[in-house]
Structure formats: structure tokens, C-alpha cells
Design a protein around this ligand. Structure first.
Ligand code: NAD
Length: 457
């Protein structure tokens, strides 16, 4: 099939690459001239494991191109994906202006057109947006004649940054929402190579096809929010328990293992730490809270989930204050700055909030990040954090280190040497419970995890 993907960010670019490897002819469109120039030179503007290689291969097949002409891309495609950003507005509601502007541009490009086409919404959008997109396309295409035969489908995306390609080739399920059975059938055909696990990147050892959920527009839109809200709830739940474990001397990791073996609960997303961040969970939970409130429903649980998460970020600072205890004039080193490992994404990264709070309290903050410390430039969101080129450079002169992101390489750090670089005090707050606390204690460190500490006697 001929496919256009409007918006080539984390979701759009990965989807475009994946669709090309499924055998479709894909054109990616973006309004960001810098991003487009990089893509046209075959360079990925974002870091995601395996993406550069799969992008190069897809371009090499001749089935993937990028350009800035939305109208031309729409006119030449039977399936048009919308994958633009939907950040939070100050009110907490989802900002759908980019989606609306793309829907209007699609309509304008199709004025007078009689070819049946699908507009597929991959952006995470509030319930009801699919119907609005349908309306915007029709109104913008209105020429006095009948509107173009365009059907809107909701196809929410569930990929995880840091393993986006794997997730795109091997999704746990594909969700398709439309009130038109023919549109759902076309989408099923589009995804057929993936559903049968017959395209590059698919886990062929997996016994069955990928489950397909076909539903109506509103339910598909709701599934995306429900999934993210539930994941955020699991994390906040274990984090609240971790605070209690810290007080009573229980070990939250063992508690998570103990409950996670129960099939009704499951172990995933039960790792205590400094809470959830990133470009999705915070904005999606807040958009769901906003939607519920606008419907006259008090979203008590979601509000509590958000409040627990906010407290969890302050926990690191509280642990530092307890151990040091005055932060004025101290130097704190942050290990890991991205919101999770194996990504370059700093959106809603806990490191940013933690650094702000430490600086407010008079501390100097240094940072080492396995991705950003190896780039030519230190990005603007990290401007208040002093860049360090290695963990050893970070440790020099630090009063404490905080593990903020669980990059795998932090498990292999030479703590003896780090301790020597730190000089006097050897304090580590492990915000992800990801380093070997026993080994650190043996190396003379004061190690503080989340939900792992014996009660004060
Ligand atoms: P992003 O900011 O990385 O990418 C959005 C892209 O759209 C940018 O490149 C931007 O330049 C482009 N764009 C904006 N307006 C445009 C226009 N009018 N015409 C052409 N291009 C335009 O965002 P993202 O992280 O890829 O997220 C996209 C959507 O997918 C969001 O709704 C998000 O909630 C959802 N989502 C994201 C993830 C994730 O992990 N990032 C996972 C699932 C769902």
C-alpha cells in the first residue's frame, strides 16, 4: 500500500521504518526543516537502539522517502497516518492543535478528490478526537460537492522508548478503532505481515499471530489512556509501598517479587524508584484527569497516582538532606539524565526536577549521561547541570552521587575508584535500586536505595 506518515518524531519515524519493512511504500512528512534535512540524508534525528540501521536499510529498498510537502504526500497515499505531538496544556488537557492542523491540511489537499482513503490517528488524543478529525477533514475539503470519501481510524501506539523498534515489530496487540468495518479490514491488510510475524524484526519464534483488537473509535482512544493510567498506577502503588518499607525495614524488591508472581498482579512495572516521567505517562494521566473532570467525574485514583509520583522525586532530595544534612555548598553528581535508559529523550525526565530542587537548595549539580555526555553539544534542558565526560569525572569532588536513570552500564561501574574520586564522603542514593547495594556497602559507601533501608534504631 502507499502510506504517508505525518510527523516523524519518536512514533512517526519508527512507524514509517516499520511500515516500509512490512513492504509498503512510505513517505514521511515533517514541518521541522532541520529534522527533514537529516532524514533526507539518511540520518536519524533521534537515538533509539537499531533505528539508524533499519532506517538505512528501509531507505535502501527505495520504499521510504521523506519530504516536507504534506499535500503531495497525502494525494499519493491511500493510508495517511497522523503521528504529531500532543503535549500537555497548562490546564493539564491534551494540546491537540497539531493534530487539528494536520487534519485541516489533509482535507485541503483532498478537496474535490473522490479516491477512498484512510486517515489513521496514531497520536494519543482525547476521546472524541477521531470524530473531530473526521469533521475537520470533511469541512476543510468542502468545495460545494460531497466531501471526499475519507474514513478516520484510531490506531494508538504502545511502543516504549528505548526499545521502540522491537515493540513496533512485536507489539503485544494492535488496536484499531473505527465505525466502518471496511476501514478496519483495510487496516488489517496493512498490518498483515506484522500480524503473521513475517517481516524484518518480528520474533519468528513466537507461536501465534499478534492479537488484533477491532473496536469503535472512542474505545480505541480510551484503551490508550487506560493502558498508560494503569501502568502509572502500578508504579505509584509500589513507590508508596517503598516509602513504607523504608520505615518498617522491609525490602520492597522482595515484596514486588512476592506479589508479582501472582498471575493476577504480574511483576512488570513494580520496580520502586523515583517515579515515572517521559513524554507519555505524565501528560496522558493528566489528560485523563482533565477529561474525567470535564465529564463531572472526580478522578480520585489518578490524582493520587500523580501526587505519589510528585513526592517520589522529592524523596531523593530528602534522603540527601538526611545524610548530609545541609545541601547549601554541596556538590551532587547525577548518574543518568534521560527519563529512561537507551534513549536521548529528556522530556519530563526526573533528573530535571531533582537538579532544579538541589540548585534551589544551594547545591552545585554535575551530570553524566551515557548518551548526552558523548554528544558534541549539551542540550538546553540540561543547561543548569555541569556536564561531565565520564562517571569518574562526575565523581570528582562530589559529596554524593544519585543514580537517576538505570542505564545498564551503571551496573559495571568501578565503585572503589569512584569512591577515591569522591574523596571524603562516600554517599550514593540509588534512585532506581539498580546498583549492587551490598557491594557498595562493602566498598565503604553509604548506599541508600528506595524501599530498602533498615529503620533507624
Ligand atoms: P515528537 O514530538 O517526537 O514528534 C512529533 C513530530 O511531529 C515532530 O517531528 C514535529 O516536527 C512533527 N509535527 C508537528 N506538527 C506537524 C505538522 N503540522 N506537520 C508535520 N509535522 C508536524 O512526538 P512523539 O513522541 O513521536 O509522539 C507523537 C504522538 O505519539 C503523541 O501523541 C504521543 O503521545 C504518542 N505516543 C508517543 C510515544 C512515545 O514513546 N514517544 C508512545 C506512544 C504514543
Amino acid at each position: 500500500m502507499r502510506v504517508a506518515v505525518i510527523g516523524t518524531g519518536y512514533v512517526g519515524l519508527v512507524s514509517a521504518v516499520c511500515l516500509a519493512h512490512m513492504g509498503h511504500t512510505v513517505v514521511g512528512v515533517d514541518q521541522d526543516a532541520g529534522k527533514l534535512a537529516q532524514l533526507q540524508e539518511g540520518q536519524s534525528p533521534i537515538y533509539e537502539p537499531g533505528l539508524q540501521e533499519d532506517l538505512t536499510l528501509a531507505i535502501g529498498t527505495g520504499r521510504l522517502q521523506f519530504h516536507g510537502n504534506l499535500a503531495a504526500a497525502v494525494a499519493s497515499s491511500g493510508v495517511i497516518f497522523i503521528a504529531v505531538g500532543t503535549p500537555s496544556l497548562p490546564s493539564g488537557a491534551s494540546d491537540t492543535r497539531a493534530v487539528a492542523s494536520v487534519a485541516t491540511a489533509i482535507g485541503a489537499a483532498l478537496a474535490g478528490d473522490r479516491q477512498p482513503r484512510l486517515v489513521v490517528n496514531k497520536s494519543t488524543v482525547p476521546i472524541g478526537t477521531g470524530a473531530r478529525v473526521q469533521d475537520l477533514v470533511a469541512r476543510s475539503a468542502a468545495t460545494g460537492a460531497a466531501p471526499p470519501p475519507v474514513t478516520v481510524v484510531s490506531n494508538p501506539e504502545f511502543l516504549r522508548e528505548g526499545q521502540a523498534l522491537w515493540d513496533s515489530y512485536n507489539p503485544d496487540r494492535i488496536v484499531l478503532g473505527s465505525d466502518d468495518p471496511a476501514a478496519l479490514l483495510t487496516m488489517e491488510q496493512l498490518y498483515a505481515p506484522l500480524i503473521k510475524r513475517r517481516c524484518r524484526g518480528c520474533d519468528v519464534s513466537h507461536p501465534g499471530p499478534i492479537p488484533l483488537i477491532k473496536t469503535d473509535l472512542a474505545s480505541a482512544e480510551m484503551i490508550k489512556y487506560a493502558a498508560n493510567a494503569f501502568l502509572a498506577t502500578k508504579v505509584s502503588f509500589i513507590n508508596e509501598l517503598a516509602q513504607l518499607c523504608d520505615c518498617v525495614g522491609a525490602d520492597v524488591t522482595l515484596v514486588a517479587d512476592g506479589i508479582g508472581l501472582d498471575k493476577r498482579i504480574g511483576r512488570a512495572f513494580l520496580d520502586a524508584g523515583i517515579g515515572w516521567g517521559g513524554s507519555c505517562l505524565p501528560k496522558d494521566v493528566s489528560a485523563l484527569v482533565h477529561t474525567a473532570s470535564s465529564q463531572g467525574i472526580h478522578p480520585r485514583l489518578m490524582e493520587a497516582v500523580t501526587a505519589v509520583n510528585r513526592d517520589q522525586r522529592r524523596l531523593v532530595v530528602r534522603k540527601l538532606q538526611k545524610a548530609l544534612p545541609v545541601l547549601q555548598g554541596r556538590t551532587i553528581g547525577l548518574l543518568g539524565l534521560t527519563f529512561k535508559p537507551n534513549t536521548d529523550d529528556l522530556r519530563e525526565a526526573p533528573a530535571l526536577d531533582i537538579a532544579d530542587e538541589l540548585i534551589r537548595l544551594g547545591a552545585t549539580v554535575k551530570g553524566f549521561d551515557p548518551y548526552w555526555s558523548r554528544q558534541d553539544h549539551w542540550p538546553q534542558p540540561l543547561a543548569s547541570i555541569q556536564p561531565c565526560s565520564s562517571p569518574m569525572a562526575l565523581a570528582q569532588g562530589c559529596d554524593a552521587l544519585v543514580v537517576v536513570t538505570e542505564w545498564p552500564e551503571f551496573k559495571l561501574l568501578d565503585w572503589e575508584q569512584l569512591g577515591r574520586e569522591m574523596g571524603g564522603r562516600r554517599l550514593v542514593v540509588d534512585g532506581r535500586n539498580c546498583v549492587d547495594g551490598a557491594a557498595l556497602t562493602a566498598a565503604g559507601f553509604c548506599w541508600q536505595g528506595v524501599g530498602h533501608n533498615p529503620p533507624a534504631r
